[in-house]
Design a protein around this ligand. Structure first.
Ligand SMILES: Nc1ncnc2c1ncn2[C@@H]1O[C@H](COP(=O)(O)OP(=O)(O)OP(=O)(O)O)[C@@H](O)[C@H]1O
Ligand SMILES: [Mg+2]
Length: 333
């Protein structure tokens, strides 16, 4: 892969992060939110779907996917170059996240966590290595005040669906289902300006869920939240992952018989209304969450965890193994 930085990465050094993200993601269509995000340095990116084109742009290929891994990254390098900058941020980063798991990514400031997430979302193209992410994927950023931009909760959750040709009834059903998943069913008509930070984060997650993601990329969602909101958001993500696994198990006996029908319905829906409708029509699939954090106390919610250092994954294991590893590094956990 080319070692010089792409125009996208050069642009990244000049422009607010989200402006180049919206422009760079081949799976994102232009939207009012993207336009708004381009003006706000820390605004939320449009809820992107990892299309085949995006996966290809990120150096992905389904053939590189490990069996059972929703996310696999192998030997990824990325160097930011241009205007006096020549900084290698990802250095042979490798990671595998099992499908249907809640995986946490820990690491010190500046070690490359957000950059890796952006590579997974197809926002940055790595210089080398292979990336696979199950599609579609949704991405939620850390600042709740920049995540939610529509006047009411329902309008905000529905925002990303505007690019599909869905009937008002289908949009209403998707919004209601997504709000139920984050425990905010009663908040549908609430002005978003009246929400707490944690509620806003859950609305942002609901917005991602409305597009039926198989992977959720979640970058430090609890940074600006008080303790109660942190717990609420963590529990919410835990429930989404567990709920998708239960749903898939419950659907398993019916799935074989329904598979052909669902595939036909999905193909028809994709033709008529876009991939969100196709995902809705498809059989239940597990949701995988990749959660970036600094907080060791959040490990109790994780199935597995990785530690990033100097642009590479230095350790992966269970939360208990990670605590041992951190103790060896001198942390008090
Ligand atoms: N567009 C860019 N151009 C140049 N350097 C960048 C760019 N984006 C990030 N970096 C640098 O890459 C390094 C990794 O940044 P990144 O945001 O991935 O770290 P992080 O692990 O998410 O840190 P934090 O915990 O503070 O969020 C940092 O040194 C950062 O300054
Ligand atoms: Mg970061």
């Amino acid at each position: 892969m080319a070692s010089r930085c792409s125009p996208t990465l050069r642009q990244a050094q000049r422009q607010p992060a989200q402006a180049q993200q919206a422009a760079a993601h081949p799976g994102c269509r232009s939207s009012a939110r993207a336009a708004s995000a381009a003006r706000q340095p820390a605004a939320r990116a449009p809820r992107c779907r990892q299309s085949a084109a995006a996966a290809a742009a990120a150096g992905s290929s389904s053939s590189s996917a490990l069996d059972g891994a929703a996310i696999s990254v192998s030997g990824v390098d990325l160097t930011f170059k241009g205007r006096g900058i020549n900084k290698q941020v990802l250095n042979t980063a490798s990671l595998a996240v099992p499908r249907g798991s809640f995986h946490m990514l820990l690491g010190a400031n500046g070690c490359g966590k957000s950059t890796l997430l952006r590579v997974l979302a197809g926002l940055f193209r790595p210089d080398a290595g292979a990336v696979h992410v199950d599609a579609p994927c949704g991405f939620v950023f850390q600042n709740p005040d920049h995540q939610v931009v529509m006047p009411t909760v329902a309008a905000d959750v529905a925002f990303g669906l505007g690019r599909y040709r869905l009937s008002p009834e289908a949009v209403h059903a998707a919004v209601a289902h997504s709000l139920a998943q984050v425990g905010l069913s009663e908040f549908s008509e609430r002005p978003t300006s009246s929400l707490s930070g944690g509620q806003k984060q859950r609305v942002a997650i609901a917005g991602a869920l409305a597009e039926c993601p198989r992977v959720l990329l979640l970058d430090e969602l609890t940074t600006f939240l008080d303790y109660e909101d942190q717990e609420n958001v963590l529990q919410c993500v835990r429930r989404i992952v567990d709920g998708s696994r239960r749903q898939q198990a419950a659907d398993a006996p019916a799935q074989q018989a329904a598979a052909a029908l669902a595939a036909a319905a999905a193909a028809a829906a994709a033709r008529d209304a876009g991939p969100a409708a196709a995902a809705v029509a498809a059989p239940a699939a597990p949701v995988t969450a990749l959660w970036v954090t600094h907080r060791l106390e959040e490990l109790e919610y994780a199935d597995s965890v990785s530690y990033m250092e100097g642009g590479r994954i230095a350790f992966s294991g269970s939360p208990a193994e990670m605590r041992q590893y951190m103790r060896r590094l001198g942390a008090v956990v």
